[in-house]
Write a protein that binds this ligand. Structure first.
Ligand code: 5GP
Length: 207
C-alpha cells in the first residue's frame, strides 16, 4: 500500500529544542521534508538565509500574504512567521511527509485546513530546564527570554489540541519516538480513506 505524504506540525515552547530535533529527524530518515518558514525576525548569529528561515521585512511579508503565498501565518512576540505554500504542496504531491515547525496559532489553522495533519507538541522535561536552555543559548536578551517564558505559559494552555506530546530529554530517543508516532499515524483510517473506500467497493462486488 503506497502512502500519501502527510503534514506534520511540530510545536513546542521556545527553547524546547525543536530545531535540533527536526534537523536530526530529517537527517536520520528518508521520507521527511522540512518546510522553511518566512519571518520578519532578524537572523540570530549562525542562522542562514534559506536554511533556518527566509528573512524578509514586513512589507515583503505582507505582500506574500496578499498573494496567497502562505499556507498559514501568525504573529509571535512582535514578528510575523509564515509557511510558504509552494514547497509544502510540491513535497506532499511527491509523497513526502512535510514537517512544519510552527507555533500554536499556525498549528490550529493547519488542523482546520488539513484535518489529517498530525500535531505533535515538544516539551522539555521540566520548566526549570526550559529556562536553563533559553539562558544557555545566549542568543537572546533577558527581556526576550522573559517574553518567551511568558508565551510558553500561554501556549501550555493549548496543548490538548495536539495529538501527542513528546518529551525532549535525550535527543536520540526523542527523534526515534517522533518517527514511530509519525509512522503509526500513516495507518489511521482517516489517513487511508481512499484505500478503505476501494476495499469496500471491491467487497461489494462479491455480494
Ligand atoms: P524562533 O524565533 O524561536 O525561531 O521562532 C518563534 C516561534 O515561531 C516558534 O514557536 C516557531 O515554531 C514559530 N514559527 C516558526 N516558523 C513559523 C511559521 O511559519 N508559522 C508559524 N505560525 N509559526 C512559526
Amino acid at each position: 500500500m503506497k502512502h500519501k505524504g502527510i503534514l506534520i506540525v511540530v510545536s513546542g515552547f521556545s527553547g524546547a529544542g525543536k530545531g535540533t530535533l527536526m534537523k536530526q529527524l530529517v537527517h536520520a530518515y528518508d521520507n521527511y521534508a522540512l518546510s522553511v518558514s518566512m519571518t520578519t525576525r532578524k537572523p540570530r548569529p549562525g542562522e542562514q538565509e534559506g536554511r533556518e528561515y527566509f528573512f524578509v521585512n514586513r512589507e515583503e511579508f505582507e505582500e506574500k500574504i496578499t498573494n496567497n503565498g502562505l499556507v498559514e501565518y501568525a504573529q509571535y512576540c512582535d514578528n510575523y512567521y509564515g509557511t510558504p505554500r509552494e514547497y509544502v504542496e510540491k513535497q506532499l504531491e511527491k509523497g513526502k511527509d512535510v514537517i512544519l515547525e510552527i507555533e500554536i496559532q499556525g498549528a490550529l489553522k493547519i488542523k482546520e485546513k488539513f484535518p489529517t495533519a498530525l500535531l505533535l507538541f515538544v516539551m522539555p522535561p521540566s520548566a526549570a530546564e526550559l529556562k536553563k536552555r533559553l539562558e544557555g543559548r545566549g542568543t537572546e536578551s533577558l527581556e526576550v527570554i522573559k517574553k518567551r517564558l511568558m508565551r510558553a505559559s500561554e501556549e501550555a494552555e493549548g496543548i490538548e489540541n495536539y495529538d501527542y506530546i513528546v518529551i525532549n530529554d535525550k535527543l536520540e530517543e526523542c527523534v526515534s519516538q517522533m518517527h514511530s508516532l509519525i509512522q503509526a499515524a500513516h495507518f489511521s483510517p482517516s489517513r487511508n480513506e481512499e484505500f478503505i473506500e476501494n476495499m469496500r467497493k471491491e467487497l461489494e462486488a462479491f455480494k
